[in-house]
Write a new protein. Structure first.
Length: 410
């Protein structure tokens, strides 16, 4: 790849049918790189939706308190180096290239054992982020799980605090056969060093699964705490569902500061930093010539309804919707929510692990993402919505040349 990230995707690209990621090989790689988090306070964010918002707000709270915080999120907004940030700012191409070369050299030294599984891209970026945290002397690390919890490479790092966003029936058959089993997988990141597990309100079966898993992982020391309204001013919080995730990040970061024995930020400084947070692709507004575009990573009917409500708060109508939603998301629910609107369904053949075969209304326009250009976007009207998976919203953000280099001002 032109940006030097080929090592992160090499084994993923070569994987055979039925191949699985190997946490064992990732652990061997960690030891080869001597890339642990010992001594650096660590917050791990897991859940089905909203992890990026929680991780960003947690990082902003830590930075406001004077920490140098390294944040690892997945996937990127526009560029792969955005997966690793220091105090909200993406690392440089040169930094990512150096991290990639160290990882490449260490992989070459790993024992070759065919059939052991591949090193996943999100796992390698997680390892790279931890390496970078050590290199810059980070005071705190925030890791967003790629998918799952105990089955994800974030489980290789023992967290001091765990934050759990909403858990629902996503990745059924992969992470578990029910929301409760999925929740158990995600909560499995808790470890003997964990001092607090904070969770948004969940369905009863999910709540029980989290509690049982955390008790097992911490020897009964830790009981999950449910996070509700925090009293933060609305002016420093995102709208709609994002608000709950932001408040979760705020509470989790405070608990991490407590565990590390560090003072919290003053209310004035905290307000200033949180007021600067920007979340591209999460109900974010953008301009292109005379067109305004609302971009959101909605993946189910509820998310689509929330995005529509936000659009109608500003507009009295929607001219067009661009939808990039793969088969494993709630395509049927989103189709039902958008039934009365003109829609262009955008497939992404450049992501072969994503399927776009779900039945959609016959009157919708269907294109590939390569056919989506700035002139075509502007031709669809003055009030446009772009909804779908983060891979699609990243495509839109890139097309719109959205500012994604920095997510907050420390």
């Amino acid at each position: 790849m032109a940006d030097g990230t080929d090592v992160f995707f090499a084994e993923w690209d070569r994987r055979g049918p039925g191949a699985k990621r190997s946490l064992e090989r990732a652990g061997l790689l960690l030891r080869a790189l001597n890339a642990g988090t010992a001594g650096t306070p660590l917050l791990t964010v897991v859940g089905s939706k909203g992890k990026g918002t929680a991780a960003t707000y947690a990082s902003a709270v830590l930075a406001a308190a004077g920490c140098r915080v390294v944040t690892v999120t997945s996937p990127a907004l526009r560029r792969e180096r955005e997966r690793i940030r220091v105090n909200g700012a993406a690392i440089s191409d040169a930094d990512l290239a150096r991290l990639g070369e160290r990882i490449r050299d260490a992989i070459r030294r790993l024992p070759e054992r065919p059939g052991d599984g591949y090193l996943s891209p999100s796992g390698l970026f997680t390892i790279a982020g931890v390496m970078h945290a050590r290199a810059v002397g980070a005071d705190a690390i925030v890791l967003e799980a790629g998918m799952g919890g105990v089955s994800d490479e974030v489980s290789l790092f023992a967290p001091d605090v765990v934050a759990v966003t909403e858990v629902f029936a996503e990745h059924l058959g992969v992470l578990g056969d029910s929301p409760a089993e999925i929740a158990a997988n995600k909560a499995g990141v808790a470890a003997g060093t964990t001092s607090a597990v904070l969770s948004l309100p969940q369905d009863s079966s999910v709540t029980e699964a989290i509690a049982v898993t955390v008790a097992d992982r911490t020897g009964g020391r830790v009981k999950p705490e449910v996070v509700g309204a925090t009293g933060l001013p609305e002016t420093v919080l995102p709208v709609a569902h994002g608000r709950r995730n932001a408040e979760l990040g705020f509470v989790a970061a405070g608990r991490l500061l407590d565990a590390a024995g560090r003072p919290r930020a003053s209310s004035d400084r905290l307000r200033r930093v949180l007021s600067s947070v920007r979340l591209p692709g999460r109900l974010s507004w953008h301009r292109l010539a005379g067109t305004t575009i609302l971009v959101d990573s909605a993946i189910d009917r509820s998310g689509a309804a929330t995005a529509l409500a936000e659009a109608y708060r500003r507009w009295n109508g929607v001219d067009h919707v661009l939808l990039g939603l793969p088969d494993h998301k709630d395509v049927a629910g989103v189709v039902a929510e958008l039934a009365d609107l003109p829609v262009t369904y955008v497939r992404m053949p450049g992501h072969p692990h994503l399927g776009f075969t779900h039945p959609i209304p016959g009157h919708w326009t269907v294109i590939d993402d390569a056919d989506l250009t700035r002139p075509r976007l502007a031709s669809l009207g003055r009030r446009i919505m772009g909804l779908g998976t983060v891979y699609f919203t990243a495509r839109l953000l890139d097309l719109l040349d959205a500012g994604t280099e920095r997510l907050f001002e420390p």
